[in-house]
Design a binder for this molecule. Structure first.
Ligand code: ARG
Length: 461
């Protein structure tokens, strides 16, 4: 007999039951469901909606179920549809008919909303901690390679030399914004929907404030229809997760490029690579590739839930059950990705020998030659043209700007002196950019110090 079986005369079709049941995935909510029910039962007792003795029996039974759950001793059945009805049946088996009082002044609609709010509050905390772990790895690897100069790119064409640490720290700041988005979403997740009932509130004198405080929520929903229908907080999480995955995917792409022999800047630890079943020489950056690939499914989950929500009338509709799998899969995709990237970044080896040769055939110092002339008063646009011709000339004679004889410089502009050759060195080009946020060694050292202070100050998150 179903918990709701009173008005039914026929059994549910087996395929319909299997298709609409959610126990296969909302079993993940078992712990928070029990915790929420314990507080609900306590509130029913405190307010006199049920007797204190009955409340005690409920709480004792639920607490015992919680112990069994943690010990892996609870078994759930698809016949009970979802986690909520499974728990109620298990409670009934344990403490008898008084179990039937637990659902007083509550609906599965506000119950499932409560469960998801509790679950996501914890989960977002875990995500933020994992982001912090990757930020720390980036800071450490940037710090260990502060003197390494590499070409920076625009259009994936060499643009201007930069510090590798500057490049790595760019990801630190992307992740910093990710943390901000997750915490922002966590703030709107941390509100209690319990008391909304099915949709309209409940007829019993419940104490929503007490429940809110007992569960550690910062606030509560002020409208019962909104409380059972809102999935904004999940959309926000999925949006923040999608953006975070885009950052991981960009870093993945760069690591994949950098580890190719064509670049050869970096070698990843064996722990994060796999080999080929046919080509004995291969060492493939699988983790980075899989994270890049899995980014697609996280975007998919965001779009999936947006589409579920579109045009959905108030209040609860069973469509809303579709909020869970995508969110859970996003957590299962994002969390390990962050942890793996932290390990991968921390253990990567920078191939200084290879990087040292990168600038032998290179024009990424050209801007600085134009800046040199502009610094001596030539309008920048004219300086640009002068240097453009010098670059062309160097290409034609198979050299670079440092390889052009001084006579050629003098010929192209009387403003050149022999100190131009000092300005051409990659490190000099880098260190000419000490502007705040720039790639100069001093500016990057300040940026690094700021990043470290930031991480140290967030230990309390
Ligand atoms: N499994 C359901 C969900 O995830 C729980 C709420 C069911 N409510 C109902 N009226 N059928 O949304």
């Amino acid at each position: 007999m179903k918990l709701w079986g009173g008005r039914f005369t026929e059994d549910t079709d087996q395929l319909a039951l299997a298709y609409t049941a959610s126990i296969g995935f909302d079993v993940r909510l078992a712990e928070v469901d029990l915790e929420g029910s314990i507080v609900h039962a306590q509130m029913l007792g405190r307010t006199g909606i049920i007797s204190p003795a009955e409340a005690e029996q409920l709480v004792a039974g639920l607490t015992a179920l919680l112990d069994d759950l943690r010990a892996g001793r609870l078994e759930f059945s698809v016949d009970d549809e979802d986690i909520h009805m499974n728990v109620e049946r298990l409670l009934h088996e344990r403490i008898g008919p008084v179990a039937g009082k637990l659902h007083t002044a509550r609906s599965r609609n506000d119950q499932v909303a409560l469960d998801m709010h509790l679950y996501m509050r914890d989960s977002i905390g875990a995500v933020v901690a994992a982001v912090r772990g990757l930020q720390l790895a980036l800071v450490e690897t940037a710090e260990a390679n502060q003197d390494v100069v590499v070409p920076g790119f625009t259009h994936l064409q060499r643009a201007q030399p930069i510090l590798l640490s500057h490049h790595l720290l760019a990801y630190f700041w992307m992740l910093e914004r990710d943390v901000g988005r997750f915490l922002d979403a966590a703030g709107r997740t941390n509100v209690s929907p319990l008391g909304a009932g099915a949709l309209a509130g409940v007829t019993f004198p419940i104490d929503r404030e007490w429940v809110q405080q007992a569960l550690g929520f910062a606030g509560m929903y002020e409208n019962s229809l909104d409380a059972v229908s809102d999935r904004d907080y999940l959309l926000e999480f999925l949006a923040a997760a999608s953006i975070a995955m885009s950052h991981l995917s960009r870093l993945a792409e760069e690591l994949i490029l950098w580890t190719s022999e064509e670049f050869g800047w970096v070698e990843l630890a064996d722990a994060y690579c796999t080999g080929s079943s046919i080509m004995p020489q291969k060492k493939n950056p699988d983790v980075a590739e899989v994270v890049r690939g899995k980014t697609g499914r996280v975007y998919g989950h965001l779009l999936g839930l947006l589409t579920v929500m579109k045009g959905l009338p108030l209040a609860y509709n069973k469509d809303l059950q579709e909020d869970k799998e995508g969110v859970f899969d996003t957590l299962d995709t994002l969390l390990p990705a962050l942890q793996l990237f932290a390990g991968m970044v921390r253990t990567l080896r920078v191939r200084r020998d290879r990087i040292a040769n990168v600038f032998l055939h290179d024009f990424s110092n050209a801007t600085d030659v134009a800046d040199y002339l502009a610094g001596k008063g030539l309008p920048f646009r004219e300086a640009h043209a002068v240097v453009g011709r010098l670059v062309l000339r160097a290409i034609e004679s198979g050299t670079n700007l440092a390889g052009l004889p001084f006579a050629v410089y003098q010929e192209s502009s009387p403003l050149f002196a022999t100190d131009i050759y000092d300005r051409l060195q990659p490190l000099a080009v880098v260190n000419a950019r000490q502007v705040r946020g720039g790639t100069g060694s001093g500016a990057v050292a300040e940026q690094l110090a700021l990043a470290k202070r930031l991480l140290a100050s967030t230990d309390a998150e």
